[in-house]
Design a protein around this ligand. Structure first.
Ligand code: GTP
Ligand code: MG
Ligand code: ZN
Length: 302
């Protein structure tokens, strides 16, 4: 078992969950190995065959060795591979931080998928619009503003200039958060600002790729100086929520909430059924038609 010192300036963030001395938390996952933070330091370990550990998992130690993962409070999973297997991306998180950026076209479809997946998993979600130093910031702010109007926390910031970072930092305090989004939106840049002491670990991950933009290849959790921790993860191009049935999408779809109770059929998919309160709300202008189209695309893909 190899032990390493915890990263400088980062308070330990494991253990409060169980309060047990003989547990640790998985803070990174690379190849066949994980790193587990314990009160004594960071341990690098290869999980046993039958175990599948992801960042955020709490691990029980037996005789000083990492043995089994404790039951997960929640997990964010996606469908992966041709066989449609479910793959957990992170476990035991309070907030899913959906990161988008100015300068590229905003993809509401991807935001909706993440919101539905996190809602189904019992994880709260917030939206970050990064790179507000870029020219098209005003129109991007208007677009993400739609989600604010629907009740989701939205933070507009720039990892380049630091604008908006303080307010965002406050929102993460004492929580475990996980950042997701397309490659290049600035997730790692934001982490470097939030936890300056973590830079060493973030770079350590990047060194392994040695490629152009230092695309992140492994999930990594870093502690926040103000308390709590945040997970940086590789960029995701396509995200299909795992374990969410077609009939379960509407309950978590942003903006549908208060229109859901009036449909004639209890198992209404809100597509062609008669007396559908969601379609009525679209016709009445209470639900944005773009939102409804995004819903249809999502359930068609399931
Ligand atoms: N203009 C501007 N550029 C930024 C900002 N934040 C990050 N960038 C740049 O965007 C590029 C990608 O940043 P990363 O932090 O590597 O993005 P990422 O989301 O971690 O990407 P992956 O690891 O591939 O998923 C880099 O060239 C950054 O310098 C910002 O606020 N404004
Ligand atoms: Mg990155
Ligand atoms: Zn309906």
């Amino acid at each position: 078992m190899s032990k390493e010192d915890p990263p400088a300036n980062i308070p330990p963030f494991s253990l409060p969950e169980t309060g047990e001395k003989d547990t640790g938390r998985v803070i990174s996952h690379f190849g066949q190995y994980v790193k587990i933070e314990t009160m004594q330091g960071v341990v690098k370990w290869k999980p046993p065959h039958r175990e599948s550990w992801v960042v955020g998992d709490m691990i029980r130690f037996v005789d000083g060795r990492p043995k089994t993962s404790l039951p997960r409070r929640n997990e964010l999973s996606r469908m992966s591979g041709r066989k449609g297997a479910s793959q957990a991306l992170a476990a035991n998180i309070d907030w899913l931080v959906i990161v988008t950026a100015c300068g590229e076209s905003l993809k509401p479809g991807l935001i909706d998928r993440f919101i539905v997946a996190s809602g189904h998993a019992g994880i709260k979600s917030m939206i970050v619009l990064n790179k507000i130093d870029l020219e098209n910031a005003p129109e991007c702010k208007t677009q993400v503003g739609k989600y604010r109007a629907l009740g989701f926390p939205v933070y507009c910031l720039s990892a380049l200039t630091g604008e908006g970072i303080d307010v965002f930092t406050g929102a993460l305090k004492n929580s475990i958060s996980s950042m997701v989004g397309h490659s290049g939106v600035g997730k790692t840049s934001i982490i470097n600002l939030l936890a300056p002491g973590s830079e060493r670990m973030v770079r350590e991950i990047h060194k392994e790729t040695q490629r152009g933009r230092h695309t992140t290849t492994n999930a990594l959790m870093v502690g926040l100086p103000s308390g709590g921790a945040i997970i940086d993860s590789p960029g995701i191009r396509i995200f299909s929520p795992a374990g969410v049935g077609r009939s379960e999408v509407a309950a978590h779809f942003p903006g549908f909430g208060k229109w859901l109770t009036g449909c004639k059929f209890r198992d209404c998919l809100h597509v062609t059924e008669p007396d559908c309160s969601i379609r009525d709300a679209v016709d009445d202008g209470c639900i944005d038609p773009d939102r409804y189209s995004s819903y249809l695309r999502l359930i068609e893909s399931i």
